[in-house]
Write a protein that binds this ligand. Structure first.
Ligand code: GUN
Ligand code: FE
Length: 453
């Protein structure tokens, strides 16, 4: 049963992304959130207006508000965040990743890791996360339970992988992979029958980990269950060569997924660095989505994704931390990494247009992420009827501006900044100390004051 909430008026400055290039700023606004956690009304200026029927509305001051989605994160890899040495993808998987993921067969370890990663990502303002779990059914179900009880909107995927990993960590057969994937889908149906907060997601790890039969079986489940899917594509050149070797009759990496019925509007493809123009056209035609993971792509020396080209071609892109290929679980840090990687692309190609603006990077982290997960009508911005998924950003030193927390975080505001400049300072110099509160579906799911990591 959905929890009924106090009807609440959130009063103060709010900021969200109107379009790729444009922030919408209401310095003195008010948002009414109803008992179901939905935005009931928005007043763009409260000056000279009477508040609607004050009696049964709670009032809360807000700071700047944004809504962030992490469209690609490996929850069981969280203990390895920052630990990758000089490895690249294929040796990193064998050295760091498979041993760590296999340790989650132990439910106590899974509880420790999953509670921490959900609490930590919430503390960074991640209201929605697309998680890869492991092959283990009980641990994957536990991750779904933890997201549900901590109130994070989540897509939780049991990983399918039936080849090219150590014997101690893989699916025994296609049949067992299908059985175990179905068991995890059934569990989410039990705890959240309408997939209101937690949704199962079909998760073939990547083409080299799956036989063609396993990929096709996952494609069939994706269609039968009408739930989203996620995988990796074209992250690393050696990986692309391996895919060509494993699937010799296929025209391309993207075609491998397409022929398994996995290239659909509800597929989230992580990385997408080394795709050919033909593959990008195929992905665009299928309306599959892209998760851009710049921190990981730099850490594992995978490459620099051509984000501007993909945006110009009309692809839908969000941001992913890709913990622990990515070192950070903060989608704010990831936003910064996206800005820097776009500058490396500009430098290496001589095309200045490749540089992303702060507004564009914020769009990818918010509305872009919402589109990638198929929830653009529910989250990603402030619109009447949408869910109140939001974070309050405190910016210290703003004087007596309404709703700004004087004590929070490292961002130095001197008072002369425009709102665009304040947001740029937050993106480039802020961290989780600036995220003072986080709500999902109207429920307070994190507050800086009471956070105990
Ligand atoms: N490709 C296959 N598995 C993984 C993974 O866990 N992380 C990343 N970054 N790429 C992968
Ligand atoms: Fe990944």
């Amino acid at each position: 049963m959905a929890q009924r909430l106090e009807k609440t008026l959130y009063i103060g400055p709010f900021v969200h992304c109107e379009s790729l290039a444009e922030l919408d700023v209401c310095p003195n606004g008010m948002i009414g959130v109803d008992e179901d956690g939905k935005i009931a009304f928005i007043l763009r200026s409260i000056k000279g207006r009477r508040f609607p029927n004050g009696e049964d509305w709670e009032e809360a001051k807000i700071g700047v508000i944004l809504i962030d989605s992490d469209t690609h994160i490996h929850a069981p890899q969280y203990p390895n965040a920052g630990v990758f040495g000089k490895s690249t993808l294929l040796d990193w998987l064998n050295t760091y990743t498979y041993p760590m993921e296999s340790s989650l067969s132990n439910l106590e370890q899974a509880a420790r890791v999953y509670n921490r990663v959900v609490a930590r990502t919430l503390s960074h303002g991640t209201t929605t996360a697309c998680y890869y779990a492991t092959v283990h059914v009980p641990a994957t179900n536990l991750l779904a339970d933890i997201c549900q009880s901590r109130g994070q909107r989540a897509f939780v995927g049991r990983v399918c992988m039936n080849r090219m990993s150590p014997d101690y960590y893989r699916d025994e057969s296609v049949e067992s992979a299908v059985r175990d994937t179905k068991a995890c889908i059934e569990h989410v149906k039990q705890i959240d029958p309408l997939y209101d907060l937690v949704t199962p997601i079909i998760t073939p790890r990547f083409a080299p980990s799956c036989t063609p039969e396993a990929l096709s079986a996952m494609g069939r489940l994706h269609h039968e269950e009408q739930i989203p899917a996620q995988t990796h594509i074209s992250e690393n050149k050696a990986e692309c060569e391996l895919v060509a070797k494993c699937f010799p009759s296929h025209k391309s990496y993207a075609h491998v997924y397409d022929s398994a019925g996995l290239l659909t509007p509800r597929m989230i493809l992580a990385h997408a660095i080394h795709l050919s123009p033909e593959e990008r056209t195929l992905i665009k035609n299928r309306n599959a989505k892209i998760s851009h993971c710049p921190a990981s792509n730099t850490a594992l020396t995978s490459g620099t994704a051509p984000v501007r080209d993909m945006l110009n071609e009309g692809l839908t892109i969000g941001l992913g931390t890709d913990v622990s290929g990515g070192y950070t679980s903060s989608i704010l840090s990831e936003t910064r990494e996206a800005l820097f990687v776009s500058r490396h692309v500009a430098y290496n190609t001589g095309n200045d247009e490749a540089k992303l603006s702060v507004e564009e990077a914020l769009y990818l982290a918010t509305r872009g992420g919402a589109k990638v997960v198929g929830l653009e009508n529910r989250i990603g911005g402030f619109n009447v009827g949408m869910d109140w998924d939001a974070q309050m950003v405190g910016l210290a030193g703003v004087g007596d501006t309404i709703g700004i927390d004087q004590t929070a975080g490292p961002v130095e505001i001197f008072g002369q900044e425009s709102w665009e400049e304040k947001m740029a300072k937050w993106v480039y110099t802020g961290d989780d100390r600036n995220t003072t509160a986080v709500w999902v579906k109207g429920r307070l799911v994190h507050s800086r004051e009471s956070f105990k990591p």
